[in-house]
Each structure stands twice: as C-alpha cells, then as structure tokens.
Design a protein around this ligand. Structure first.
Ligand SMILES: *Cc1c(COP(=O)(O)O)cnc(C)c1O
Length: 425
C-alpha cells in the first residue's frame, strides 16, 4: 500500500510484527550482534546476506530510520551519516576520485562550498561552480570528459535560490552523469526531487528533519533511477571490488548499487556513522515533520508579509513572494511552500543588522537554522566568515544579509519581537 506522505512520516520504517514487540522504534544501543555460526557471519562479510553485525555498517534502529527517509523521498535505499557534511562528502567520493571533475551550483551551504572548494581539490577532484540562473549553454560549457556528477541545493542555504532541477537533470543525463541534490531546506514534505529527475538526494538531518535541534545527522538517498552500467563512466560500480571478493555492485545489487557501495565501501572505510540514539531522535522528529513544515511555512509567510510593510527593512528575500524571481520555480518544485527561512536586510547595513540581532528577545542568535525555535544569524560574520567577499557573493550572501529562521511559535509573537528590535536601532 502506498501511503500518503503524512502517513509515511509516522508509519514507515519501523512496524512491529510480533506479539509483545515494542510499538515505538527500539534503540539498539549495541555495537555488535550475535551470530550462531561462522558461516552466517561470513555471508554478511561477503555481502551475500543482509543484517546487522557491526554498528559502523548497520544497526536495526538506524536501518528503520533509513527506510523511513527512503520512503519519504521515494528512493530504493538510504544511508545515514553522523552529520550532513559526511553525507555530502560520501555522496561525491562514492563516484568521483583523484583526477575527476565535479560541477556544482555555486549557491550552496557555506560548509559544502568549503568541502568542495578546499577538501575535494586537495583530494585531487576539480570543481567548477555554476551561478544561479545559468543558461543551458553555460552549464554545458562546464562539462569535461572526466566530469562525474552535478551537484546543487534544491533551496539554497542561506540565499534561498531554487535550483531548476529539471534543467540540471536534463543536462547531467545528456552527459551520462547523475544529478545529486541537497534537499535539506524544503524536506521531502515540500519538494521531492526524484519526481523531477534528480538521481541522488542528500540531507543535513540536523535541520528540519530532526526539527528540535537535538541530533546532528545526514542522509544519502538513492532514487535507483540512474543506469550506472549504461553510462559507462563508473568502474567503481561496474567492475569487481576486490575488497569484497570481487563483488560487482551493479550486478549484485541492481538499482541499489550506488547506495550499497556507499555503505559497504565508504562507511566501512571512513566510519562517519550516526549513533543509534541519534537515529532514534531523528525518527521522533520525522514523526511530526509534516505538521511542523506546514506551520513553518505559514509563519514565514506572515513574517515576510510584515517585513514588506516595514520601511526600516531594505529588502526581503523569500522565494514564495509572487514578485520574487524564483517564484515560477517555487510554483513548479515546491507548490505547497518552501520552508521557514527568510533573508532580509536592515537599513544601515552590517552594523544595523548586528544591532537588530542583539535586540531580539524571542529569536535567539544561533549557528543553526531550520528548527522549531525561531533563530537568527548573520552569515557574513559567522557561518560564512571564512569566505572572502567574492566567494560570499558567489554563495548569494551580502554583508547585510540576516538569515531569519522562523519557528513554529505564534507568528504574532515573532513579529512583535522583530518590531521591538527594530525600534531599538
Ligand atoms: C547544515 C547544512 C549542511 C551540513 O550539515 P551538518 O549536519 O551541519 O553537517 C549541508 N547542507 C545544508 C543545506 C545545510 O543547511
């Protein structure tokens, strides 16, 4: 039975089947698991059988949450990681190696930008960044014979650019490479990238999916739609892996080849595993994701409408506003709403922005966004402070930009807080 997404938030992943089994997902806080004989354990090591034998590779609590997220995105499998950063890294190095090349939208999270611009280059993977709104020709021109993937954010953090998923997918596929998208901000409640041609979705689950700001995490979801063998560019998936007795991922695991290799090869070697406890927190968060996203969107709309009427605000960026340049893409990819994050500038630039933030009472200054408590951040002096002005602008960040993450409190209280903070500048 294919449930609607609200039902999947609550019911997918873990379901008890036997008398007396826990109704709520149990926390298997165990690194190791019993096997009755050496053969059963050996089959697991040879990838001939599935099952938990060591929590670095899989754990029953984590498995259930992965299944829930795969169901929400409509994928064939998912791999949870210890943080969103690990999901971004693993999603790329699963199929790109020294000497290869990656194309990425430039409007991405600052941490991802650094990961690509510094660490990937240090690993010998070259990266070309593409400006928002690039034409087909401009994206085409970035391709090289060694390009292995295209990467973007469905709704970029913090600039809120909307990726034209169909455009990027069409061009990536014409070059026989997959499109990987970070869907952290809209969540699968508001955007399901696989329906528009994306092949791999990643998330920082530390944001709306957890929703309560309690557990760091990341996840990679495989649509199962990309034909790695037909593309002819991914020997790591289509030729024998000697570290698993010559397994060929595409032959043994079919359309789950990519996500299986990410787990059995990279999670084995890197070990950026989530704790079972954090997987449980994430599951609890996702139980109410559909309700929370609805309220985040409604509150953000109310705050955006208010900001537009206050002449102490110099600009408001919220892609749901009908005169936003992103509006047509929002209608197409996120018709029910985007998320709770709004960017705006306070008249008086950087200094006024900082003063405004210091005077907020309900909204706390936090190096975080996208959870149920309203919070605020000045990217140029915090999350993005390692970037120079040119790189800042490439990420879509101006020095006066305030990133306001609207929570699920009463919208009138949030607006009152903004008003009194503006009064004090
Ligand atoms: C926060 C964030 C990340 C990084 O995730 P962590 O869980 O903090 O490692 C990646 N992408 C986006 C869009 C984010 O907002």
């Amino acid at each position: 039975m294919d449930w609607r997404i609200e039902t999947k938030c609550i019911q997918s992943g873990y379901r008890p089947t036997k008398n007396g089994e826990a109704r709520v997902l149990p926390i298997y806080q165990s690194t190791t698991f019993l096997y009755e004989d050496a053969q059963s354990m050996g089959d697991l090591f040879d990838l001939k059988a599935a099952g938990a034998f060591y929590t670095r590779l899989s754990n029953p609590t984590t498995d259930a949450v992965e299944a829930k997220i795969a169901a929400l995105e409509g994928g064939v499998g998912a791999l949870m990681t210890s943080a969103g950063q690990a999901a971004s890294l693993i999603s790329v190095i699963n199929i790109a190696h020294a000497g290869d090349h990656v194309i990425s939208a430039s409007a991405i999270y600052g941490g991802t930008f650094n990961l690509f611009n510094k660490t990937l280059r240090e690993l010998g993977i070259d990266v070309t960044f593409i400006e928002p709104g690039a034409t087909d020709e401009e994206i085409e021109a970035a391709f090289r014979p060694n390009t292995r993937l295209v990467f973007g954010e469905t709704l970029s953090n913090p600039a809120l650019h909307v990726l034209d998923i169909e455009q990027y997918a069409r061009i990536a596929h014409a070059h026989q490479v997959p499109l990987i998208v970070d869907n952290t901000f809209p969540t699968p409640i508001n955007c399901r990238p696989f329906e528009f041609g994306a092949d791999i979705v990643i998330h920082s689950t530390s944001k709306y999916l957890d929703g309560h700001a309690t557990a760091l995490g990341g996840v990679i979801v495989d649509s199962g739609n990309f034909d790695w063998a037909a593309a002819g560019k991914f020997p790591e998936l289509t030729t024998p892996d000697e570290t698993y007795h010559g397994v060929i991922y595409t032959e043994q695991f079919g359309n789950a080849a990519y996500i299986t290799k990410a787990r059995t090869h990279l999670m084995r070697d890197i070990g950026s595993t989530p704790s079972p406890m954090n997987a449980f927190y994430l599951s609890q968060g996702i139980d109410t994701l559909h309700l929370r996203m609805e309220r985040h969107v409604a509150n953000a709309r109310a705050v955006a409408e208010y900001l537009l009427t206050d002449d102490r605000i110099s600009w408001v960026s919220f892609p749901e506003l009908p005169d936003s340049p992103e509006y047509p893409l929002v209608r197409k990819y996120m018709p029910n709403g985007t998320c709770g994050v709004i960017s705006f500038g306070v008249k008086g630039g950087r200094e006024a922005a900082i003063k405004f933030m210091d005077n907020l009472k309900l909204a706390v200054i936090a190096t975080h966004v996208a959870d149920l408590r309203t919070c605020v951040l000045h990217p140029a002096s915090t999350t993005h402070r390692q970037l120079n002005d040119r790189q800042l602008l490439e990420c879509g960040v101006t020095p006066d930009l305030i990133r306001f993450s609207v929570g699920i409190e009463n919208a009138l209280d949030i607006i009152d807080d903004i008003k009194q903070a503006l009064d004090q500048i």
